[in-house]
Design a protein around this ligand. Structure first.
Ligand code: MF3
Ligand code: CO
Ligand code: CO
Length: 267
């Protein structure tokens, strides 16, 4: 039963077939290429709307579609979240200052498959504490990814991330989570970035989902601004995030959004 293709588990999680991994790899590759290429534009003085417009052009040029344009009324091809912005920062007239850290999150649709990834960038030189936050967030994501294999649970992923972030004196945002994806943007399960080892649904070959921990230097609490999107830390502390789209294979995981130029984490 659990090996039959293309069914939905009792937790509502779609099990995909072998061929579907190829579709996800193609979509993930285009998201990763875009995040590789946009790096050159991240300099003090650029407006976040200009960054988004570069991303929009790259999405069009690649033959993909942006999953975020028109999504619940969102109008842009990226989310750009600077400093204490946790996620869903809206591109606009704000210019980058030297020392800013920012997350750029891009989701593309390619032949019906969704590739969703985000990374951290910095404008000019950043502080040591910003560097540490970014490194811990990156490594926390990979602690989570290392748990991805059949038989482990979603709680194992959350626990590994939380354990690592908190051991480094940082906190895990609870108000946003990763998600199943595939031929849809957001599907079950909610992939929590905290939790109890051994809890939650069991991972099975063919599940596709994102892991996208948001880690804060201060407290985990967030609030959404009046624009209805921008999430910020309540205590104004710096926040950081990395996101990969992954699939469960028979032995472990495939990362669909790996950087072809190895630029995912470049500090
Ligand atoms: N890409 C985000 C995620 O990781 C979702 C952005 S939705 C938007 O799930 F509308 F804010 F763009
Ligand atoms: Co996502
Ligand atoms: Co995303």
């Amino acid at each position: 039963m659990s090996n039959s293709k293309n069914h939905i588990t009792k937790d509502g999680i779609r099990i995909h077939e072998k061929n579907d991994f190829l579709g996800m790899a193609k979509a993930g590759r285009i998201a990763a290429d875009i995040l590789d290429e946009v790096g050159d534009a991240i300099v003090p003085g650029i407006k976040t709307l200009e960054i988004d417009s570069i991303i929009h052009d790259m999405v069009v040029k690649s033959g993909a579609t942006s999953a975020t344009v028109g999504y619940k009324g969102y109008k842009h091809s990226s989310c750009i979240s600077i400093n204490h912005v946790v996620c869903h920062g809206i591109p606009g007239p704000k210019t980058l200052n030297s020392g800013d850290i920012l997350n750029i999150d891009v989701t593309v649709i390619v032949e019906g498959w969704y590739g969703d990834s985000s990374r951290m960038y910095c404008a000019g030189n950043i502080s040591k504490k910003s560097e540490r936050l970014i490194a811990v967030t990156h490594d926390a994501l990979f602690k989570g990814i290392e748990q991805v294999k059949p038989g482990n649970t979603f709680g194992d992923i959350g626990f590994a991330i939380q354990n690592y972030a908190e051991a480094n004196g940082m906190s895990v945002v609870r108000d946003f989570c990763g998600h199943g994806l595939g031929r849809v943007f957001h599907a079950p399960p909610n992939v929590l970035h905290y939790g109890v080892a051994g809890s939650g649904p069991v991972l099975e070959e063919g599940m596709f989902f994102t892991i996208e921990p948001m880690i804060n230097l201060g407290k985990p609490d967030t609030k959404v601004l009046n624009d209805g999107w921008t999430a910020v830390t309540r205590d104004k502390s710096l926040s950081s995030q990395f996101e990969h789209s992954v699939g469960v294979t028979s032995k472990g995981f495939e990362i669909f959004t790996l950087s072809p130029k190895n630029l995912f984490f470049n500090y």
